[in-house]
Design a protein. Sequence first.
Length: 114
Amino acid sequence: MAWIYLLIGALFEIGWAIGLKLSDGFTQPIYSTITVICIVISFAFFTKSLKVIDVGTGYAVFTGIGAAGTALIGMIFLGDEGGAGKVFFIGLLITGIIGLKMSEKPAEQMQQEG
């Protein structure tokens, strides 16, 4: 369940990162409010996930998903520059995230060892 919490937190991280751009320096009240709500939800789920997941792995996955998702949404919907190189390195980032997830011990195994 911790990995699901981490994923939800990372998705809300994408939301607040995009919200920062749309809020135009917190001058747009609706986008600013949505951004702050996304920040609170994002960190609430991230914090909950860290009860089980190692902080280093959790933070790397959390920020990696956020960075990759934000970059992709920026390119697709917000007119950010893209290109083959950028997409390639986002793919490398996602590969690293998957590798970190696969290298994490199952929660049951961590509980038995601890």
